[in-house]
Design a binder for this molecule. Structure first.
Ligand SMILES: [Cu+2]
Length: 70
């Protein structure tokens, strides 16, 4: 499985963390989503190829700003 980490801007509390975690977990092919509030990142594994744009759109749709992949 491929592990990726993307920067997520605009998270301020654990509610934000939960929202981002849920939004990314809903994407078909993403598992083990872990969002870090301190670092402002989301890390996940892909069970099949998922477009980076799909991940970015899911973050944007719930009001946060996706940054760079690391
Ligand atoms: Cu919050």
């Amino acid at each position: 499985m491929t592990t990726k980490t993307i920067e997520v801007k605009g998270m301020s509390c654990n509610h934000c963390v939960q929202s981002v975690t849920e939004a990314l977990t809903k994407i078909d092919g993403l598992v083990n989503v872990k969002v870090d509030l301190t670092f402002g990142t989301a890390t996940y594994e892909e069970t099949k190829p998922v477009s980076d744009e799909v991940v970015k759109a899911a973050i944007t749709n719930i009001g946060f700003t996706p940054g760079a992949f690391r």
